[in-house]
Ligand binder design. Structure first.
Ligand code: NAD
Ligand code: UDP
Length: 337
């Protein structure tokens, strides 16, 4: 029995593959490499000393998916494949809806045809939209505010509807907060295309000398130091959350949703300070205007995952910064070409 990992060459997927292999799972990975490199897959094999099938292909290729389900004895699916850049989703919404929503529908159809009804889906804290009441609980009001977020909410709704129609499905929706850091070996990590949109990859590229200075997007928010607060979570903790979710699927939970966050919010200024503490590197920064659409504060109540999955984030922001820097300093150009 194997786990099919869609998008397993990507940032969170590659780290999860390592943890799944370490936990003794057989895996099969499908990824079209639209936002990742084959080198990541090679390094997952190198780190774990384990081999697995990698299929370069798109989840919108039904014939290919059916072939995978027929060829391998797939028991469950961990579904990471998707496009994730919020700004880009505003410029090219159809690409996002087609890749994420159509792609997910085609995956679920193929699962249904092949009698595979267990899935863990990568959702996001972005489905809480501009919620004001913190911490965010799984039953907090939902409402996405951009096309990317809407694709996540739509896929969640589609999965909930599938369950209503056939309650032999088991569906776990994991809402990630802000994944950062890297495998402590520094062999795999986040390798964004072009100039990073996200705070921590931007900071690490300033540290390695690829970018001049960080722009801090606003210091006039209603927070203690005026900069926005997020719930940063180590990608290895997130990866462990997927191992726990797969264990949970064995209990036939039906459709369930969990926040994966630490429960602790950190401001942009606190992250700059943590990076200096962990690495000794002071990041030059400049305060600029607010980035449109940024919520002032977002952090999770992760107690449901602790209670029901037996999962809790173990690593703090110093661990995140240290491991991010190990990856970035050893791989200044990411996985390269
Ligand atoms: P990533 O871009 O590194 O990984 C996604 C992978 O999916 C890539 O390797 C890409 O090549 C692949 N892919 C995309 N479309 C595909 C398709 N149609 N067919 C096959 N492969 C395809 O992103 P990530 O940060 O690892 O995120 C993984 C998942 O988690 C995504 O669904 C993302 O939306 C979600 N998520 C990410 C974050 C974050 O901040 N990184 C936060 C919340 C949720
Ligand atoms: N941020 C920043 N400069 C950057 C990138 C991000 O000040 O170059 C801020 C951003 O305004 C937000 C926080 O850092 O308050 C986290 O941003 P990120 O894009 O990483 O996560 P998200 O906002 O999507 O949760």
């Amino acid at each position: 029995m194997a786990v099919l990992v869609t998008g397993g060459a990507g940032y969170i997927g590659s780290h999860t593959c390592v943890q799944l292999l370490e936990a003794g799972y057989d895996i099969v990975v499908i990824d079209n490499l639209s936002n990742s490199k084959m080198e990541a897959v090679r390094r997952v094999k190198e780190l774990t000393g384990k081999d697995f099938a990698f299929i370069k292909g798109d989840i919108r290729d039904s014939a290919l998916l059916d072939e995978i389900f027929r060829k391998y004895d797939i028991e469950s699916v961990v579904h990471f494949a998707g496009l994730k850049a919020v700004g880009e989703s505003v410029s090219v919404p159809l690409r996002y809806y087609h890749n994420n929503v159509t792609g997910s529908i085609m995956l679920f159809e193929s699962m249904q045809r092949n009698g595979v009804k267990n899935i863990v889906f990568s959702s996001s804290a972005t489905v809480y939209g501009m919620a004001e009441k913190m911490p965010l609980r799984e039953d907090s009001p939902l409402g996405a505010v951009n096309p990317y977020g809407r694709t996540k909410l739509m896929i969640e709704d589609i999965l909930r509807d599938i369950y209503v129609s056939d309650n032999s499905w088991n569906i776990i929706l994991l809402r990630y907060f802000n994944p950062v850091g890297a495998h402590p070996s520094g062999r795999i990590g986040e390798d964004p295309n072009g100039i990073p949109n996200n705070l921590m990859p931007y900071i690490s590229q300033v540290a390695v000398g690829k970018l001049k200075e960080l722009s801090v997007f606003g210091n006039d928010y209603p927070t203690p130091d005026g900069t926005c607060i997020r719930d940063y979570i180590h990608v290895m903790d997130l990866a462990d959350g997927h191992v726990k979710a797969l264990e949970k699927l064995r209990e036939d939970p039906g459709v369930v949703v969990y926040n994966l966050g630490t429960g602790k919010g950190s401001s942009v200024m606190e992250m700059i300070a943590a990076f200096a503490e962990a690495t000794g590197i002071k990041i030059p920064y400049r305060i600029t205007g607010r980035r449109p659409g940024d919520a002032p504060v977002s952090y999770a109540d992760p107690s449901k995952a602790e209670k029901e999955l037996g999962w809790k984030a173990k690593r703090d922001i110093i661990d995140m910064c240290r491991d991010l820097w190990t990856w970035q300093s050893q791989n200044p150009d990411g996985y390269g070409d």
